[in-house]
Design a protein around this ligand. Structure first.
Ligand code: BGC
Length: 799
């Protein structure tokens, strides 16, 4: 019944031609004649009748004959999406309002239309529809950076499973997530959508997410492939990067995700790599992705990405999104004129159809529009707490017992940030604020101070400049919440609060999103003067009375911490924890959950300490056309550890309410490497509370022909919850590829001879045990195809 209605709605839509210039957060897209291309309606009865005489898509074996039966017109429309609702025209698919992409259906051949929707922190569709009482809220899960901080793929897979259920039940075929670009620089406005500065973490987390999502029978899309590490001029900037840095850092996570989870789709990115748009790069999309890695799904462009549909087809960027009539016309003409071989189109169509036959739409799944949001909220809350990182806890002010009265400071206690903005936003039913979360956990909050904050915020929000409005990209993209200045505190106010409560908690919040990078200015990467003041004065007053002060960071990426962290007693990095934010914060603050999160991104002492500080976001500074990755392979902790640049909080760092010993490092096969290395280490809870610990396995490889970073993460695992005195043996296996480096001269992963150290620890700087092994002779571990070589000379950081 529902399905019939859906089909009818789709068919009734008019084709609309639009020529528009879209302004996306300062960026201009020209969309010439973007047009919806819905096919003429054919009922199922009619299609069944056609089936007897015309090939009909039934399963994999029918694909070739269906492609043969397609006209050139149909082929050129099928590889181009049907346009994007809200961007100037009538939505071509009102059945899933807020979906950003759809494919062209060919009912006479049994090819249905598919629906694609964002995104990384939860399904992004519109929550309400005109004339309907039913709502379509989706769960806002913790942001990817927070999920990565769990260092627990099982938690991430559980999120994927829950999120994928929403995708399926709301009638969407493919999710445009996860996103796993490397957090090259802390200022990238979209870092919150990404996992880590390290490709192993990024790849493992993305694979877990894809496996969870796809267990529902819907598709995942890993994005943005590749080296899209900034928002500034993202649609045109040329990333100049070495083949080694590509293979070891920027492509590695994608390689892991492709091999370990088989995502149905890969989204090429906006930027160029070494002179060529990624969506037009056969090197990237054919040679590396398919030949080297064996990928067999399909590739779609990012929205309005690239500039030549024919080159996109040739490169094996199978589908152009969101798509326009102009693009399909160009493709058709190119085939007619001989510029494009029709066989190329056939190949790309086959790539898509092989996935299409697995979709809910093809399988005629009757979606309920009723996912189990209550159950998913529980999953989101658990993961949010699991991803929180305890940065500081001098003399254990945390956890806080319920009989202690708390004063909350900071606007974000009320306006808690669930996640970032843009396509990675989620239209969730609610966000539990930190204040509400603590209240509902049974804490007594200082009501006077809370009331002051409430009226301050309500007052500002009623003023025009601070009014909360739909996103400038349309209400499907969530809300635009202009940042309001931090409420200034008077001395009397602080003094009263410190007398009236047992502990002060200061909440610092930040938000960022698609379309813009963050800046090293006060109020963004740096604390504002009011925030600095709040921290100094509140700490001084509470300390005068022998009371403690904690800071909760409700942020999506690193901020400056070194100038103020010594003033406070505890710092809990809550990240942007999704809609259950306040509950999850309360779980950790109360000790119901013992924090076990670890940083998957470095917090530098100062921005200048970041390896890419000088080159981000490219040159010329006022309008970058090129960004040169001079730091080469030395991204994040690889830079800090190799060049002895001390961070504020290092990669892998995170405290617990208990203590752990990591010892008994054992490596197999004696001292010589053969094919695999078995590593094990014992973890013991030596503290007083139950808790979990992450064991990180780093390797220091010898410099040979290729120089190596001081340490590289090669494996990790998290214990189960260990009771005091309880132990757990964790075991790891490393193969030659895991230990190899990429040699550009030979186009190969090589393992160089020499002495290697295996280091197990609780962070990249907190190594607890080391063992060594040797490799007797140089080995070529894997040959790959030559691809993506830089076309210009540039300086590369070396030791
Ligand atoms: C973003 C993608 C997103 C797409 C559709 C683009 O602007 O870069 O991540 O999936 O829009 O919303």
């Amino acid at each position: 019944m529902l399905k019939k209605l859906k089909k009818k709605k789709r068919a009734n839509l008019l084709a609309v031609t639009l020529t528009s210039t879209l302004l996306l957060s300062g960026l201009t897209f020209d969309i010439a004649s973007a047009q919806s291309q819905n096919p003429t309606t054919v009922t199922h009865a009619q299609t069944s009748a056609v089936q007897t005489s015309t090939p009909f898509l039934t399963d994999a074996s029918s694909i070739d004959s269906v492609i043969q039966a397609m006209t050139l017109e149909e082929k050129s429309k099928f590889v181009v999406g049907v346009g994007m609702p809200g961007f100037g025209g009538t939505p071509p698919f009102s059945d899933v309002v807020g979906a950003v992409g759809g494919t062209y259906g060919i009912p006479r051949l049994g090819i249905p239309e598919l629906r694609f929707a964002d995104g990384p922190a939860g399904l992004r569709i519109r929550a309400t529809r005109t004339g309907e009482t039913q709502t379509y809220y989706a769960t806002a899960f913790p942001i990817a950076t927070s999920l990565a901080s769990t260092w627990d793929p099982a938690t991430v897979e559980a999120i994927g499973k829950a999120q994928g259920n929403e995708v399926k039940e709301y009638g969407v075929d493919m999710l445009l997530a996860p996103a796993l670009n490397i957090q090259r620089n802390p200022l990238n406005g979209r870092n919150f959508e990404y996992y880590s500065e390290d490709p192993l973490i990024a790849g493992k987390m993305a694979a877990a997410m894809v496996n969870g999502l796809q267990s529902n029978g819907i598709g995942a899309t890993i994005k943005h492939f590749a080296a899209n590490n900034q928002e500034t001029n993202r649609m045109s900037v040329d990333t100049v990067v070495s083949e080694r840095a590509l293979r070891e850092i920027y492509l590695k996570g994608f390689e892991i995700a492709v091999k370990e989870s088989h995502p149905w789709s890969v989204m090429s990115s906006y930027n160029k790599i070494n002179g060529t748009y990624t969506s037009q790069s056969a090197d990237l999309l054919t040679t590396v992705l398919r030949k080297d890695w064996g990928y067999n799904g399909f590739v779609m462009t990012d929205w309005f990405g690239g500039n030549d549909p024919v080159e996109q087809m040739k490169a094996q960027n199978d589908m152009i999104m969101p798509g326009s009539t102009a693009q399909s016309d160009l493709i058709k003409t190119a085939v007619s004129s001989g510029r494009l071989d029709e066989k190329v189109l056939d190949r790309n169509i086959k790539n898509i159809l092989q996935i299409l036959i697995q979709t809910p739409e093809f399988k005629k799944y009757q979606n309920t529009n009723k996912p189990d949001l209550a159950a998913h909220a529980v999953t989101a809350r658990k993961a949010a707490a699991e991803g929180m990182v305890l940065l500081k806890n001098d003399k254990m002010p945390l956890p806080i017992s319920k009989d202690q009265k708390i004063t909350l400071f900071g606007n974000t206690q009320i306006e808690t940030v669930k996640g970032g903005t843009g396509s990675g936003d989620v239209n969730a039913a609610y966000t539990v604020s930190i204040a509400d979360g603590l209240k509902s956990a049974g804490y007594q909050l200082n009501q006077t101070e809370f009331g002051d904050y409430k009226s301050y915020i309500d007052n500002l929000r009623s003023q025009d400049q601070y009014k909360i409005k739909p996103s400038p990209w349309g209400e499907d993209f969530g809300k635009s919440i202009p940042a309001i200045p931090e409420k200034p505190l008077t001395d009397t106010e602080i003094s009263n609060a410190s007398t009236d409560s047992d502990i002060g908690i200061i909440v610092i919040g930040r938000n960022s999103g698609e379309g813009a990078d963050r800046k090293v200015v006060k109020g963004d990467y740096l604390l504002s003067d009011t925030e600095q003041d709040m921290i100094s004065k509140v700490s001084a007053e509470y300390h005068k009375q022998g009371k403690k002060v904690a800071v909760i960071l409700n942020i999506g990426g690193p901020i400056e911490v070194a100038s103020w962290r010594d003033k406070v007693d505890s710092i809990l990095l809550a990240w942007q924890p999704g809609q259950e934010a306040g509950y999850a914060v309360a779980d950790v603050i109360s000790g119901k959950v013992n924090p076990s999160g670890k940083l998957a991104t470095t917090f530098p002492v100062k921005y200048e300490d970041v390896a890419s500080a000088n080159s981000f976001p490219g040159t010329p500074a006022n309008n970058p056309t090129q960004v040169v990755y001079n730091e080469d392979i030395y991204v994040g902790y690889r830079y800090n550890t190799t060049f002895n640049v001390k961070p504020a909080y290092e990669f892998g760092y995170g405290l617990s309410y208990t203590d752990f010993d990591i010892s008994h490092l054992n490596i197999s096969e004696g001292k010589k490497f053969k094919d695999t290395l078995k590593v094990s280490a014992m973890v013991e809870n030596t503290g007083k509370l139950p808790g979990k610990e992450v064991v990180q396995v780093y390797v220091s490889a010898p410099d040979g022909k290729l120089e190596k970073p001081a340490v590289e993460l090669k494996a990790f695992d998290k214990t189960k919850e260990l009771k005091p005195n309880q132990r757990q043996l964790l075991q790891f296996e490393l193969n030659a590829k895991d230990l190899a480096s990429f040699d550009e001269k030979q186009n190969a992963w090589i393992l160089e001879k020499g002495t290697y150290s295996v280091k197990v620890g609780a962070s990249s700087e907190d190594i607890r045990d080391t063992a060594t092994f040797t490799v007797d002779q140089d080995m070529i571990v894997e040959k790959v195809n030559e691809a993506l070589a830089p076309k210009v000379e540039f300086e590369r950081l070396t030791k």
